[in-house]
Write a protein that binds this ligand. Structure first.
Ligand code: DQA
Length: 145
């Protein structure tokens, strides 16, 4: 079975509490539980990781080398400036999908640029918690192609 790692960056542990008008009311646990069910239907193994620290996210990406077939990542605000996370994704050579709950392209100017996107096979942004489902469908499709 193909294995997918879902990585969430800073402040995403606060989903359900944090700016609910922007990010919705689901907690990260609720989102992950739905993803776990969907992964079962798609015949994928899935694991979850969340950290507020850039280095821990980079270490987790490195640990996926030769261990995971796909990565789904919501880098939070690191999206907009962490060249180190972007390099980490490139260095493990694992197909990655970038995810955002909000549509980063219709928000503040600084959110419109992702330094992570060039390291990913694609980006999904703006569908709330359902963005994660779409990312899992996308990676499943990519891995089965
Ligand atoms: C986010 C968008 C980022 O700009 C923001 O810093 C986040 C969440 C999203 O999922 O919409 O933390 O990645």
């Amino acid at each position: 079975m193909k294995k997918v790692m879902v990585i969430n960056g800073p402040n995403l542990n606060m989903l359900g509490v944090r700016e609910r008008d922007v990010y919705g009311t689901d907690t990260l646990e609720e989102i992950n539980e739905r993803l776990r069910k969907l992964a079962g239907k798609l015949k994928l193994e899935i694991e979850f990781f969340q950290s507020n620290a850039e280095g821990e996210i980079i270490d987790k990406i490195h640990s996926c080398y030769k261990a995971y077939d796909g990565i789904i990542i919501n880098p939070g605000a690191y999206t907009h400036y962490s060249h180190a996370i972007s390099d980490a994704i490139k260095s493990v050579d694992i197909p990655a999908v970038e995810v955002h709950l909000s549509n980063i392209h219709r928000r503040e100017e600084f959110r419109k640029n992702s330094v992570i996107a060039p390291s990913c096979i694609g980006q999904i942004s703006g569908f709330g918690a359902y963005s994660y489902n779409l990312a899992l469908y996308a990676i499943a499709n990519y891995l089965n192609a």
